[in-house]
Write a protein that binds this ligand. Sequence first.
Ligand code: UDP
Ligand code: MG
Length: 327
Amino acid sequence: MIEIKKTERNLNQLPSLALIVPCYNESETIAFCSEKLNEILELLIHKKKIAQTSYILFVDDGSKDSTWEDIKQLSLKCNKIWGLKLSGNRGQQTAMIAGLVFVDVDINITIDADLQDNIACIEQMVEKYLQGAEIVYGVRNDRSNDHFLKRFTAHTFYSVMNYLGVNQIPNHSEFRLLSKYVTQCFLKYTEKNIYIRGIISSTGFKTDKVYYSRKKRFAGETKYSFWKLINLAIEAITSFSVIPLRIISFLGIFTCIFSVFAMIYSLLSKLYDIAIPGWTSTTLSIFFLCGVQLLSLGVIGEYIGKIYIEVKNRPRYFIEEMIKNKS
Ligand code: UDP
Ligand code: MG
């Protein structure tokens, strides 16, 4: 019997690596970022861990500043720098997907342009891949560099996701290595409302982790406001679970049971003549029930909105320009 493993690798050849960097208004960071990532690539090539054909792919997510011009300039100076320009701002996740679709390499690593993630881990990630892992997660071992609000929202988000049964790696953002085969599997998920971290961890291939402490941004500022983070969390939850809809049903059942008791109570109080015409209780219950109903409609609306987006099946992004260099 011939056993064929889908994830089999060609051991006679060094793996080619692409570092995928989504960028949105990163003109302040891009030069330093490309210099540092290039150093790492050269080091790994020198150590014979990756192929000479490896490169860095900057995906410009419709920046409004000079990011794309900077990428072009950098690519003229160094043939290891490639670029992809999306026609508009589609968000970090879509920019990463555009990069994953574009690259044709044995392994890719996604990393932010601000180098908050420890680039020294790239070598460890490649080593873990060479030892057999198909996915290697960069995991933060502390959150001391985050402000209170971000720590709190992150903690609540992971707890909710965990409760909803979404299996994901806590304290892992988008710093991650994927093998070619896992990338191909991931790209089979064609839904528009996609939460990459959740999907990757649900694919079930052999994984490993590298731990690091996340630094502060060395320049520029975060592209994630509080509301953008909340939106991301709602997207993630509703793209993975219908439990919020079930919670609404339970809420409805409990409210009905409660109202039966309330009805019995009010009938008895009428019968025994102890009914006090209560304005407060009436208004309170109206407010409460209106709130519950509006919230429930909102949750249902979220899901209907998702169906609407998926049914339209619009393209995720358009590529305006690309730079491919020969290695
Ligand atoms: N980013 C992007 N599109 C966006 C927002 C962000 O490509 O709409 C990129 C950004 O340029 C950076 C990475 O995603 O390389 C992470 O963004 P940021 O550092 O602002 O996030 P934070 O580290 O604050 O969570
Ligand atoms: Mg950052």
